[in-house]
Design a protein around this ligand. Structure first.
Ligand SMILES: [Ca+2]
Length: 315
């Protein structure tokens, strides 16, 4: 089985919850822990716990990351709906581990050197702090599979933003991670925006009686209200699920470019921009092509946790 830690900002965009659900429903994966990153990490942690409990997996530990960004001065993006559907105020603090997210990541990698895959689907504060605290241990991570960044390599309409949320939210943290030379597979917005999740998909999930599926539907409906109001559209995207699905089936990736990345930290409009640096050893595989039908086939088959799924043979 593939040992995975999910580092997540679960609770704002519902895609983190959809990624967690996918991992929980993947027999190829041993989810060692969930670390909550960015902003009110207690609320995010309790939300993750709620999902684990509904899946009957509450023994998987949940750790809180730092509630501030690496340089302590970045504004936190917080729409305000986070945790509302889980009623996180009523969940006792005791459900969360006393260990910090950073300590958990380091201890787990020490325990399982070269075996742990970090699924990094949030601003990179926790992972940067772990690198700054113990870079030698972090060198023993097997792989970091990440959602983040945007490049515009296939965008003649110039409709993509220049920066993506995870990198923009804590650019200094992203810089530490990309300066560290650790092996990263990066799913940028360019690819993850190819994965709409529609009203029909939500309606299909509504047919499930599983308590986790019912909870996910509630979270999806809350998110869709935000999406409607903010972006004037009626679908969301499977950003984080696309990245974590590649842990189970790497054949989802059909094209990638090996580069080293610099992160812009100072720019007023470009803070968090990822810029290829061809003067350093390439350590990042930027995904530039995906097998979309394979991804949907795998993801949708595992959406309803009540349904047993076969183990993929090649894993
Ligand atoms: Ca996320």
């Amino acid at each position: 089985m593939i040992k995975v830690i999910l580092d997540t900002d679960i609770g704002t965009d519902v895609d983190d919850l959809l990624a967690l659900n996918f991992l929980l429903n993947s027999p190829e994966v041993e989810l060692l822990g969930v670390t909550a990153a960015y902003g009110d990490t207690k609320t995010r942690g309790k939300l993750a716990y709620q999902a684990l409990e509904l899946a009957g997996k509450e023994k998987i530990p949940v750790m809180m990351g730092d509630s501030q960004t690496l340089e302590r001065n970045r504004k936190i993006f917080w729409p305000g709906h986070e945790g509302k559907n889980a009623d996180t105020d009523t969940i006792p603090d005791l459900v969360l581990s006393e260990q910090s997210a950073v300590e958990f990541v380091l201890e787990t990698i020490r325990k399982h050197p070269h075996e742990v895959v970090l699924a990094a689907v949030a601003p990179l504060t926790t992972i940067a702090q772990a690198i700054l605290q113990d870079a030698d241990t972090m060198k023993k991570v097997k792989h970091i599979v990440m959602m983040g960044g945007v490049f515009g390599y296939d965008n003649p309409t110039l409709s993509l933003p220049v920066v993506e949320h995870n990198f923009r939210s804590d650019p200094e943290a992203a810089k530490v991670v990309f300066d560290s030379d650790l092996p990263v597979t990066l799913f940028p917005l360019d690819e993850t925006l190819k994965t709409p999740f529609t009203r029909d998909d939500i309606n299909a999930l509504k047919k499930s009686d599983h308590p986790l599926s019912k909870f996910i539907v509630k979270e999806l409906e809350t998110w869709m209200v935000f999406i409607n109001k903010t972006f004037h559209r009626d679908y969301c995207h499977l950003h984080d699920p696309l990245a974590v699905a590649s842990i189970v089936d790497p054949s989802i990736i059909t094209q990638k470019v090996e580069v080293s990345l610099d992160i812009e930290c100072q720019g007023i409009l470009t803070g968090g921009m990822a810029i290829p640096n061809h003067n350093r050893r390439a350590n990042v595989n930027v995904v530039t092509g995906i097998d979309l039908s394979r991804f949907y086939e795998l993801y949708m088959a595992r959406l309803d946790i009540a349904k047993p799924v076969p183990v993929l043979e090649k894993v």
